[in-house]
Design a protein around this ligand. Sequence first.
Ligand SMILES: [Zn+2]
Ligand SMILES: [Zn+2]
Length: 165
Amino acid sequence: MSTGAFEQMPAVCRVCGRSRGWAYVLGAYGVDSLRDTVCPWCISDGSAARDFGVRFTEVIDPPSDVPTAVVTEIETRTPGFSAWQPERWLFHCGDGAAFLGAVGWEELEAYPDALGCVTTQINGWGLDHEDASALVGSLDVDGSATAYLFRCLHCSTYLAYADLE
Ligand SMILES: [Zn+2]
Ligand SMILES: [Zn+2]
């Protein structure tokens, strides 16, 4: 599983001016996307977000038990991920969960907690039972419906949500 946020390339980082061999390929939210031009280290130390006023993930409606500092860290120091729709960060135990990667149904089967999240989510879309099961079964990293897997940093519960093309 890879988060797909970085690729190896000889780009010079626009924040630290060094060529570190890796660049962020997803693009940030802001006036300047910094696509392919910022190194992983300048994202994690917050300097890219500070110097360019960008966010790497947009957190919409975080749970009320999550401190603002956590939301800020996710938005400004955490690489986003590539999803069909704008990525959605998941939270658990009052904190941001760790993003593990895009997964399909076969991978999800190993994480019953996460599979439960996705099943509940898809059941909420108003499909009949058969269509909902078919959709869950069609989840695939390279398909038109994909799930995104997270793990709680505190209780190790696995979480996921599904997203359609
Ligand atoms: Zn850099
Ligand atoms: Zn938890």
